[in-house]
Design a protein around this ligand. Structure first.
Ligand code: DC
Length: 218
């Protein structure tokens, strides 16, 4: 059984996917972390994300592995656990830019498909229902308005004690959406057979319950 959850940044995919996986005894796979690990390598090696050829050339030096244990997912970059290092805005922006390149996507495709072949997974990303797992039994396209997503991010950062600007966050989210939606390869798009779930007016519990009900009915 595989559940594909796609949608824009900040829609609540990871929170919801993690909960669904926990309740159904499945493995949660965060595919954005894979793109982030590549982005971290590029930043660490001062490679220009706008230079597609340079990014492609750098891929030879990158080995990504994914491990899952009781704590959840770990991402190894050339053997180092970078799970905690990939959660910055700089890494996210670099990942958004470089995930548009075919060579980057090709490098990560079989890694994602293999884990879904061997396990029951709840996988979240942008192109899971359309490209990575087109045969997934349950497909959800989870979205929320830019304002709601910006507010969630704002609250998250403020809770961590970081100072931030709401308008700037909203503008970044809108720009990231545009970049993810308009790229030529595997753009962020609802699969034809995916269920559109707008989480703007719902609690996490409600969204989780809806996905679990759909999975049980599948
Ligand atoms: O979900 P996230 O913010 O961690 O993802 C980081 C970037 O990776 C995002 O801007 C788009 C890209 N991504 C992708 O192209 N395909 C996926 N399946 C997951 C993420």
């Amino acid at each position: 059984m595989n559940i594909a959850i796609d949608g824009p940044a900040g829609a609540g995919k990871s929170t919801v996917a993690k909960r669904v996986a926990g309740e159904l005894g499945m493995i949660y796979v965060d595919t954005g972390a894979l793109y982030r690990a590549i982005a971290l390598y590029l930043l660490n090696h001062a490679i220009d994300g706008d230079d597609e050829q340079a990014v492609e050339a750098a891929l030879k030096g990158i080995r990504i592995e994914m491990k899952h244990d009781a704590e959840g997912q770990h991402i190894l970059l050339n053997g180092d656990d970078v799970t905690g290092n990939i959660r910055t805005e700089a890494v996210g922006n670099m990942a958004s830019k470089t995930s548009a390149y075919g060579a980057v996507r090709a490098k990560l495709l079989s890694l994602q498909q293999d884990i879904a072949k061997e396990n029951d997974v709840v996988m979240d990303g942008r192109d899971i229902g359309t490209t990575v797992l087109p045969g997934a039994e349950v497909k959800i396209f989870l979205t929320a308005s830019v304002e709601v997503r910006a507010k969630r991010r704002y609250d998250e950062l403020t809770a961590k004690g970081e100072t931030c600007d709401f308008d700037r966050i909203a503008a970044d989210i809108a720009a990231r959406d545009e970049q993810d939606r308009t790229r030529a390869l595997s753009p962020l798009k609802q699969a034809e057979d995916a269920y559109l779930l707008d989480s703007s007016g719902f609690t996490i519990d409600e969204v989780v319950a809806e996905i679990i009900a759909r999975t049980k009915a599948a």
